[in-house]
Write a protein that binds this ligand. Structure first.
Ligand SMILES: O=C(O)CCC(=O)C(=O)O
Length: 310
């Protein structure tokens, strides 16, 4: 089946259209097939700006080692600190709406799992198909752990390593059959679930395939790329508050990911922080449940006979 026929997008959304109905449409496609491709979501100016910022690092980065990363592939992370254009991709409102709809039911907030620029060079063979959710040891099939977003920075074609996707292989599905090759141009974007079987394609062409993967995971998971090390406070301080929260400078209620019992965003003020004192950060229902337990324990104590009296 030709890739376009397999993909058959629901419609070409207007550039930067963030209306909920657009998110719902793409969400339905993503949940039905395990992936979707949105055409022309960002403009050439953004792609050109990001590509220019990353060019020298691609040049200087050595080829990867290992069957998974690929010996004829170059990869580097931390894209948000390497280009001011990256935030527009990472925080694209339509993407965030879709991610929230997929992951929101299973966490207080989702987090950035990874930004990775990658270039598949001629001679690279196809990456072994895999499901990204398998990096985490928890039970599978009950929830999605991750949403992957692949932004091409140039043409993705079958012959130069377009991402290979197994439609309907998500959520415990075995896949409907033949894979599709996610052929795209710069400005398009491919979304696929953490439970979707996929892999980088082999490159038998004469030109590399260049792109950026951004992924988002449940906020209570350990991210693939250690965001706090990649973006330590002195780096995250230069980010917008929303971006800083996305990379981990925010607690996942109750109190998960704290610094000295406080939201780690205390480290972004530039002021010295010491002797803070821990402060609960709970969801309302968590606070209510704790209050109820406390009240029940106090009631039990009031009603209990004094020690030693039968
Ligand atoms: O490069 C691609 O198209 C996919 C890469 C991928 O799936 C991975 O590195 O985990």
């Amino acid at each position: 089946m030709p890739p376009e026929a397999a993909i058959a997008p629901l419609g070409r959304p207007a550039r930067d259209d963030t209306s909920p109905s657009q998110a719902d449409l793409w969400l339905a496609r993503l949940q039905r097939d395990g992936y979707c491709i949105i055409r022309g979501l960002v403009g050439n100016d953004l792609v050109a700006g990001l590509s220019a910022d990353l060019a020298e690092r691609f040049e200087r980065t050595p080829f990867c080692e290992g069957v998974f990363y690929g010996g004829r592939t170059k990869r580097f992370g931390g894209v948000l600190k390497r280009s001011g254009f990256a935030e527009a991709f990472v925080r694209h409102p339509l993407i965030l709406d879709i991610v929230q709809a997929v992951l929101g039911p299973y966490c207080d907030r989702f987090q950035l799992n990874l930004t990775q620029a990658l270039e598949i060079y001629p001679g690279q063979d196809a990456q072994p198909p895999h499901r990204d959710q398998d990096m985490w040891g928890g039970a599978k099939g009950e929830m999605e752990y991750l949403v992957n977003v692949m932004w091409p920075l140039g043409p993705y074609r079958r012959d130069n390593g377009a991402t290979v996707i197994y439609p309907q292989s998500h959520n415990g599905g075995s896949g409907a059959g033949d894979p599709i090759f996610a052929e795209m141009d710069a400005g398009d974007v491919l979304l696929f679930l953490g439970s979707t079987l996929h892999g980088g394609g082999g490159n038998s062409a004469e030109r590399p395939r260049t792109g950026m993967i951004v992924s988002y995971s449940l906020g209570w998971l350990k991210p693939y790329e250690n965001q706090w090390l990649v973006y330590p406070p002195e780096v995250a301080r230069t980010f917008s508050p929303e971006l800083a929260r996305l990379v981990g400078y925010q607690q996942h209620r109750p109190n998960l990911g704290n610094y000295e019992g406080r939201c780690p965003s205390v480290l972004l003020t530039g002021e010295p922080v010491d002797f803070l004192g821990a402060v609960d950060e709970l969801l309302p229902r968590q606070a209510e449940a704790l209050q109820a337990k406390r009240a029940a324990a106090a009631g039990a104590q009031v009603g209990a006979p004094p020690a030693g009296v039968r």
